[in-house]
Design a protein around this ligand. Structure first.
Ligand code: SF4
Length: 425
């Protein structure tokens, strides 16, 4: 197959890369986000050799090698495949869309170790070829109930471990709905498959095929969908969200882990290689990838983590209240052909905005265009690039109507600083 035959109309993978402004984007799905240090080294070396030395960590904890040329792509695929980092085919790769608690098996506060379960679920998705008809963005989630909840992550079918009367069960939800069913641990894979099959059937029977589970839930209701696969529903239970982020050093019993982020999820290949080195010399020899775009190095002692933090300085994010975490930015120029603004560079500048940190959470979305790829939901302030300057949307999405247009960087600063100063009075 040529790259040209592979790059139209799907969610990108490694075997079906996506063409972007700086070359092919090659996405690698790591089961459970558990990445051996030696594999991280392979990926970092491949990004330097075949790409432009840049790696994105996506909001679903996938690794994306940027800037691969069509001629280099087959060599990259051969290298990744040799190290067991790829699936047999593009369909298998696409359906393995599972977010899992990144500290699986390490977090003493979790209700169970979900590593084997996540592997089995992925295997089920791959081996049941009927499920390859799921839409490209259709995703699953498995939360072990540990301290870093996945409650802020979107999923079409989500499982969350709970404990009731001394036994561990899973809450199962569809399309982010609060209505949930309760199932035993041994029913997770069967339930995931049954719901996914039911979704495919319902979508085929619908006049307008569903893109995501939320579309089906809007028509049928979560109650009826869960009942249709023999799951009794219980009273509304809001999804658990601890709101904790895994940046910096955290204790896990006898040792701990260090969580580091790169601004807006964009890592240099050298940066990833450095983390892999630390994992080998000071940690347990593996990295954990998170949907919060942090990479965790487990098995570190506090003193070693402090030394690493001191050494990396500002290059990586090591604090949960780092203002760069309050801003989301898409790939922007030059990585995306649709962009006329350098979103990452501008967002770094906006991280020093006065009053940004007066409230916590994501406050600013810097989008290269009105597609708003980095954040499909509403944000307090959205800067949308157009012809090299920005339009400003308040409390909305990138595609919403702006309240101001044509703002250069100085005008953006003045507007947002004044607005946030006023709010704080
Ligand atoms: S929002 Fe626009 S500029 Fe940004 S990555 Fe998406 S398509 Fe490209």
């Amino acid at each position: 197959m040529t790259v040209e035959t592979l790059v139209k109309g799907w969610c990108p993978g490694a075997l079906r890369p996506m063409e972007s402004g700086d070359g092919l984007l090659v996405r690698i799905r790591i089961t459970g986000g558990i990445l051996k240090a030696e594999h991280a080294q392979v990926i970092a070396a491949s990004a330097m050799r075949y790409g432009i030395g840049l790696i994105d960590l996506s909001g679903r904890a996938n690794i994306q090698i940027r800037g691969v040329s069509g001629s280099q792509w087959p060599h990259l695929i051969a290298d990744l495949s040799r190290h067991g980092l790829l699936d047999d085919d593009a369909e298998a790769e696409a359906v393995r869309n599972v977010i899992a608690s990144p500290l699986a098996g390490l977090d003493p506060s979790a209700w169970l170790d979900i590593r084997a379960l996540v592997k089995t679920l992925e295997h089920r998705l791959v081996s049941d070829r009927t499920l390859h008809a799921l839409p490209g963005k259709f995703g699953f989630l498995v939360d072990d109930g540990g301290q870093f909840s996945l409650g802020d992550q979107n999923a079409d079918i989500a499982f969350e471990a709970i404990q009731e009367m001394g036994a561990t069960h899973f809450l199962v939800r569809v399309g982010q709905d609060d209505i949930a069913g309760v199932i035993g641990v041994d029913r997770v894979c069967d339930t995931a498959a049954a719901l996914a099959h039911a979704f495919i059937d319902a979508s085929r029977a619908s006049a307008k095929p569903y893109k995501r589970m939320v579309n089906w839930v809007a028509e049928w209701g979560a109650d009826r969908i869960l009942n249709s696969v023999d799951i009794e529903t219980i009273a509304v239970k809001p999804r658990r969200s601890t709101g904790l982020l895994p940046f910096g050093y955290h204790c896990l019993g006898e040792s701990g882990f260090l969580g580091l982020g790169a601004p807006f999820g964009r890592w240099s290949a050298n940066g990833l290689a450095a983390l892999a080195d630390i994992a080998v010399t000071m940690g347990s020899g593996e990295l954990r990838l998170t949907p919060w775009r942090a990479i965790l190095i487990p098995g570190l002692r506090q003193a070693d983590a402090d030394a690493v933090i001191a050494k990396v300085g500002d290059a990586f994010i090591a604090l949960s209240d780092d203002p760069r975490l309050q801003i989301i930015a898409c790939a922007g120029k030059p990585s995306c052909r649709n962009a006329t603004v350098n979103t990452h560079q501008d967002a770094l500048g906006f991280a020093t905005l006065k009053n940004l940190a007066k409230k916590s959470g994501t406050r600013l979305h810097v989008s290269g265009c009105e597609k708003g790829c980095a954040r499909p939901t509403a944000t307090e302030a959205v800067l949308v690039g157009r012809n090299g300057v920005y339009d400003l949307v308040l409390n909305g999405k990138a595609s919403d109507r702006p309240i101001m247009t044509g703002l250069d960087e100085a005008m953006v600063r003045r507007t947002l600083e004044d607005m946030w100063a006023g709010e704080a009075k």
